[in-house]
Design a protein around this ligand. Structure first.
Ligand code: FES
Length: 68
């Protein structure tokens, strides 16, 4: 599948992804609509760890490079 980060780039939307999807940064942090959040596969431990460092963390935060 295409990740949110890839999709944004394809659509020409400015979205940061400093580590190119390697879960080594949190610049691709996105807040997902609650409605869609439950449909996403769960974040893995690495993703959770990076999210803990993300600015403005919310209950439905994900890394944009990991959500498909
Ligand atoms: Fe770095 Fe997503 S691009 S964690």
């Amino acid at each position: 599948g295409v990740t949110a980060l890839q999709l944004a780039h394809e659509l020409g939307i400015e979205m940061e992804g400093a580590c190119e999807g390697n879960m080594a940064c949190s610049t691709c942090h996105v807040i997902v609509d609650e409605e869609h959040f439950d449909r996403l596969p769960q974040a893995c431990d690495d993703e959770e760890e990076m999210l803990d460092l993300a600015l403005g963390l919310s209950a439905t935060s994900r890394l944009g490079c990991q959500v498909v």
